[in-house]
Design a protein around this ligand. Structure first.
Ligand code: G3P
Ligand code: CA
Length: 397
């Protein structure tokens, strides 16, 4: 297991008592250590297509405390579960509705959205997954797991907070204090949307999703009405983590995808972590090896593309065992769930290296892009051909 670079110093764990939300149901949080809550980011999205029934069911089976997911509005005002503001990346909309670019979610009715496949892009075995409505998601989850619902992109989904409030008011079992064993937390990057939601349903705990931890005065204000702050792990500094804890807010960073980052965050005293790999995080929290531990191959380095460095981006795999390892058909996923498959005939000798070149890539609109994030950092899952995890790696820039 490896994370690089990770030179940031660790802090001592914070206070032992986690903040309690205002609703009657207490989220399963605990400051640092094995009791930190596991939030499955868009479901178990390192192993199944994000925001689908398959990813949510897997997250529950893996013992996640929460599923985190994203809700938006369709053209006819239905609440639908999808992350991107367009359908292009996670459905077959380009093929099914070839004449309707740029495939904005809010330009399609629910009936049209239901025609799309939301799983085949990820792997053939998931073909047939569909975009869920919020009601379908609530039915699927029942009282089996917590829900961290993100009001996604309210600027392009006007009235989103109001629509979610209206829907939840028709699902009293989700909002009555004490009615559920597992909590509901509603959040957004958009503070006004969080305020709008909170004003209407003050008993439901809310979260503010951020890149950086808010400055002191704003943090103090948030502490009066917000349950948790969700900062970007790649930009979280120990002193900012301490400020969140000191303010009495729950600290739940996103998206934390390697054992080294998990340990680092636990040392900061986080209350929970949002991850694409909830099963592996659960393993770590319970003192087990987060990967199989038997494959003998690790991700040693990721050379993301930096402008001007002239190098083609690539991943370095090392065989740390004393036997040759055939990695044909193994694959790597980045945090956005893009996949690179190792071709046939690749056997790494003992202590040998394999460089898996990936870019530069370009998307279907012709924009140049690179596979590995070169702005803030990224993470990689190395999987055998059958999908099992071999290694998890993250880097922070
Ligand atoms: O909840 C935080 C996290 O989900 C925010 O990132 O882009 O995956 O919605 P994103
Ligand atoms: Ca989200």
């Amino acid at each position: 297991m490896s994370t690089s670079p990770s030179s940031r110093p660790a802090l001592h764990a914070g206070p032992a008592v986690a903040p309690v939300p205002r609703a009657g149901t207490t989220p399963p949080l605990g400051r640092g250590g094995r009791h930190a809550a596991t939030y499955a980011h868009r479901g178990s999205s390192g192993m199944a297509p994000e925001n689908t029934a398959a990813a949510f069911e897997l997250a529950i089976a893996e013992g996640a405390d929460y599923v985190e997911t994203d809700v938006q509005l369709s053209a006819d005002g239905e609440l639908v579960i999808i992350h991107d503001v367009t359908l292009a990346r996670t459905t077959d909309a380009r093929r099914v509705f070839a004449d309707r670019p740029p495939w904005n979610v809010h330009d399609f009715t629910l009936a049209e959205l239901k025609k799309l496949d939301a799983g085949g892009w990820y792997a053939a075995e998931f073909a047939g997954q569909h975009i869920l409505t919020l009601d379908e998601l609530l039915d699927l989850l029942g009282d089996r797991v917590g829900l961290n619902l993100e009001l996604k992109s309210p600027a392009v989904n006007p009235g989103l907070a109001r629509a979610v409030v209206a829907r939840l008011r028709r699902r009293r079992d989700w909002i009555e204090p004490g009615a559920r064993r597992w909590p509901l937390v509603v959040g957004s990057f958009d503070e006004q949307a969080v305020r709008d939601f909170h004003t209407q349903l003050p008993d439901v705990p809310v979260s503010l999703i951020t890149y950086d931890v808010p400055a002191g005065g704003r943090l103090a204000d948030l502490a009066g009405w917000v349950f948790s702050v969700n900062p970007d792990i790649r930009r979280l500094r120990p002193e900012d983590a301490a400020r969140v804890i000191e303010a009495g807010l729950a600290l739940v960073p996103w998206t934390v995808d390697s054992p080294e980052l998990w340990r680092w965050a636990l040392d900061l005293g986080v209350d929970g972590m949002i991850t694409n790999y909830p099963s592996a995080l659960k393993d770590l929290l319970h003192g087990r090896d987060p990967a199989s531990g038997t494959a003998g191959v690790v991700i040693e380095d990721i050379r993301y593309h930096s402008p001007g460095d002239g190098a083609r981006e690539h991943v370095v795999l090392r065989n740390v065992s004393d036997q040759p390892v055939d990695v044909s058909g193994w694959y790597l996923r980045n945090q956005a769930s893009d996949r690179i498959v190792v071709g046939d005939g690749h056997v790494i000798p003992p202590d040998g290296l394999l460089r898996v070149h990936t870019g530069p890539a370009s998307d279907d609109d012709g924009r140049a892009g690179a596979f590995w994030n070169s702005t803030h950092g990224d993470s990689a899952g190395l999987h055998r051909a059958d999908g099992t995890i071999v290694d998890l790696y993250a880097y922070v820039i």
